[in-house]
Design a protein around this ligand. Structure first.
Ligand code: MRU
Length: 339
């Protein structure tokens, strides 16, 4: 799909494996252009991940798996030794630190390396297929939970960042829940945080909701808690990049303030994730490696300076919402309401 819309059936081809290379939508070009990337080397894939052309925790997991398939092909072509191949796998896993899916799926796929190139490719493709299936199951479960918790009236749902097909394949995590609910007429409209600094909400979520025909309003990030306090949002639904063993949730910066406001107003704060986002090896949110990105992303919007030259900025890409502010976590396998 080179030209720009969701194909019939509603599933976008965000990331794929064709003739031994990775094909992906360049998410930095959306919503103005659907530009496809053709990535043939680990270097190209790592670059696409670090500049957020490929992004969102489950898609990062799938990209990590496909990256290993690229690495074994390069190893074969260039005669890499075992150490060089292991270094390439590590570089893929380390391309971004917060979404645990990336390293986890890269390492899981690398376990197939002793079985050869075909086995690695099969493992990577299986990871992609499982990622898609998981989004459908968690979406239905999350929609059921919202109907049971909030009642039968169509809901006004707040969301943050982009958690749709672009971030997850399939239906998405948070946006998948919204999509499943909407399929039953359960969505009045969606309130979308713009998601500064890189505007994933404005650029990507609004684009996906438009493609799906779901009514939505874009708001500045700082408006979310006010709208919640005025009773204009019935529930918040987001995804996560990592959930620690105690239930603390790392997600796009700005999620925590929504969770605080949701708790104050006593509305549900639902987090939808694949099981692979829950990390038993991270005991609590304080141990999550929160990515800090280039300050220029804050002082500039889409390359245009918005602060005086020389202004220093802090650019934490994620925040951590304590488990006690999360009403429920929904996955493909279960609904978790206490940890
Ligand atoms: O920096 P990004 O755009 O990769 O951040 C993505 C998010 O924070 C999403 O909310 C998260 O990955 C959860 S679901 C895809």
């Amino acid at each position: 799909m080179e030209s720009g819309s969701v194909p019939p059936g509603g599933v976008l081809e965000v990331l794929g494996w064709r003739d031994g290379h990775v094909v992906a939508i360049d998410q930095t070009a959306l919503p103005h252009e659907v530009r496809m990337l053709h990535l043939t080397t680990v270097d190209e894939l790592v670059d696409a991940i670090t500049r957020l052309a490929i992004r969102g925790a489950p898609v990062l997991g799938a990209a990590g798996a496909l990256g290993v398939a690229l690495a074994v092909r390069q190893a074969q072509q260039h005669g890499w030794d075992e150490a060089q191949l292991a270094a390439a796998v590590k570089r893929i896993g380390d391309a971004r630190p917060t979404a645990v899916n990336l390293r986890r799926e890269a390492e899981a796929t690398a376990a197939a390396i002793p079985d050869g190139v075909a086995a690695v490719e099969a493992a990577a493709l299986a990871t992609m297929a499982a990622t898609v299936t998981a989004t459908h199951r968690m979406s239905e479960r999350g929609a059921r939970y919202l109907r049971e918790t909030c009642g039968p009236e169509p809901l006004r749902i707040g969301t943050h960042c982009n958690t749709g097909s672009l971030a997850c394949l399939g239906w998405g995590t948070g946006l998948g829940v919204i999509r499943a609910l909407n399929n039953d007429g359960g969505v009045r409209h969606v309130i979308v945080d713009e998601t500064r600094p890189l505007l994933q909400g404005a650029r990507l979520t609004c684009w996906e909701l438009g493609q799906l025909g779901i009514e939505h309003y874009l708001i500045p990030d700082s408006a979310g808690p006010y709208l919640i306090s005025r009773g204009l949002i019935d529930a918040i639904v987001v995804g996560a990049d990592r959930i620690a063993a105690n239930g603390d949730v790392a997600n796009k910066i700005g999620t925590y303030s929504l969770a605080l406001a949701a708790r104050h107003a006593r509305i549900p704060f639902l987090v939808a994730v694949p099981e692979s986002t829950i990390d038993p090896a991270t005991p609590d949110g304080g141990r999550i490696d929160v990515e800090q990105r280039d300050p220029d992303e804050v002082t500039h919007i889409q390359g245009v300076p918005v602060a005086p030259a020389g202004t220093r900025a802090l650019n934490y890409a994620f925040d951590v919402t304590p488990a006690n502010l999360v009403t429920a976590v929904v996955t493909e396998d279960r609904l978790i309401t206490s940890w």
